[in-house]
Design a protein around this ligand. Structure first.
Ligand SMILES: [Zn+2]
Length: 337
């Protein structure tokens, strides 16, 4: 099969389009003929080696959709030809965290990699039936961003009427968080770097759009938009450049969700800023295995809308990474396989 592989960490040039052996499904596993793969920031971190050095070449990519192509011994849930979406959280299934449905807290939790390829082998429990009305590209755009956003909104205790400041609102995770927050009845203050994206963010429900340039401080604007109180929840995927603004923009007792650090993750923090303001800093990384099967039907019903910025053929994965890193996106980038 054809696949994108990374042999050593680095820039986009390490994404190599290669012929590799087609994997065979083992006990309880299903082979999926992928038709589309979703590109996530996580794939860039994998490429850069942030999850550690590679012991063998890595096929990146965690989100994908396609058709069941072969089933291994003991597989009972799937038959060849079914359209499926990969649910990329891998966990033991037996520990206390798994049994209460909080798989990301499982000691052996990890995120599946291998959708930048024609075929991927996954445990049968990591597939969800693809609902009608979605294309493969749309189905591949949902997994990590929506599961992650759904999880942190629940854990942050989001309830109708609360306000939420959303950094990076036009990115894949941002659009997911925007739509899910609006569905929950929150007031969303969306931050974007591009004035040209403001109208589209409003179309997707943003109540206020703050256009941000590096070096700006958005917290004054947030305070004026919230009668001086600050927001209940901040969603921060930017990191070093935004984190202290997030602390300034959140109200007493509020929650700052940290869900990535595209400008770097090193900050020096005076702890009084947390305890005096009773602020919760909530780390977010994927979500419950039950989230994707629960969310997909909301797309079929039109309550959520998949937003795809651009689609590239698999062999141009490097171009997709370059766009995500350099030019930015409105929604998701997809590789068609
Ligand atoms: Zn477990």
């Amino acid at each position: 099969m054809k696949a994108i592989r990374i042999h050593e960490p680095g820039d986009i040039s390490v994404l190599r389009y290669e012929e590799v052996e087609t994997p065979e499904p083992g006990i309880g596993q299903v082979r999926v003929r992928l038709r589309a793969a979703g590109v996530n920031h996580r794939d860039i971190w994998v490429r850069q080696g942030l999850f550690g050095p590679f012991s063998a070449p890595v096929i990146p990519g965690s989100d994908g959709a396609g058709e069941v192509d072969a089933i291994g011994p003991g597989v009972t849930r799937w038959t060849v030809g079914q359209k499926v979406v990969i649910n990329p959280g891998l966990s033991c299934g037996m520990c206390r965290a798994c049994l209460r449905g909080d798989q990301p807290a499982c000691p052996s939790f990890r995120i599946f990699e291998g959708t930048y390829a024609e075929y991927a082998v996954v445990p049968e429990t990591n597939l969800v039936a693809m609902p009608g009305g979605l294309t493969f590209a749309e189905a591949a755009s949902i997994g990590i961003p929506y599961v992650t956003a759904e999880d942190f909104l629940i854990r942050a205790g989001a309830v109708p009427g609360q306000s939420l400041l959303l950094w990076g609102a036009s990115g894949g995770l941002g659009i997911a968080a925007l739509q899910l927050a609006k569905l929950r009845g929150l007031r969303v203050l969306a931050v974007t770097r591009s004035a040209s994206r403001a109208d589209r963010l409003r179309q997707f429900g943003a109540d206020e759009v703050i256009v941000y340039a590096p070096g700006d401080d958005v917290s004054d604007e947030v305070l004026s938009l919230t009668q001086g109180r600050g927001v209940d929840i901040v969603v921060d995927s930017v990191g070093r450049e935004s984190f202290f603004q997030s602390l300034n923009a959140v109200q007493r007792g509020g929650v700052v969700v940290t869900v990535g650090a595209t400008t770097g993750g090193q900050v020096t923090l005076e702890l009084g800023r947390l305890f005096r303001q009773r602020v919760t800093v909530l780390g977010a990384y994927m979500g419950s295995a039950a989230a994707l099967p629960r969310l997909l039907p909301l797309f079929s019903r039109g309550l959520l809308v998949p937003v795809i910025d651009n689609t590239f053929p698999l062999e141009q994965a490097d171009q997709a990474h370059e766009q995500l890193e350099q030019q930015g996106v409105f929604g998701k980038l997809i590789l068609s396989v």
